[in-house]
Design a protein around this ligand. Structure first.
Ligand SMILES: [Zn+2]
Length: 61
């Protein structure tokens, strides 16, 4: 587990999220701590398959 500061794509608040890199290469949703909207987390891998960075987006349906 890794802590990353992310910015909510709905309300713009920054908060610290725990990232579970066992899901790396995939995505999952986690509710914003501030506005409780579902944030889509995408876990990006580097060229060696290790943890690279996290991007966040609004959940699409
Ligand atoms: Zn929010």
């Amino acid at each position: 587990m890794d802590e990353q500061t992310i910015q909510c794509p709905y309300c713009g608040a920054s908060f610290t999220a725990l990232i579970d890199w066992s899901d790396a290469g995939g995505s999952y949703t986690q509710d914003c701590e501030i506005c409780c909207q579902p944030i889509l987390f995408r876990l990006e891998l580097d060229a060696l398959g290790g943890p690279s960075h996290v991007t966040v987006d609004r959940e699409q349906d």
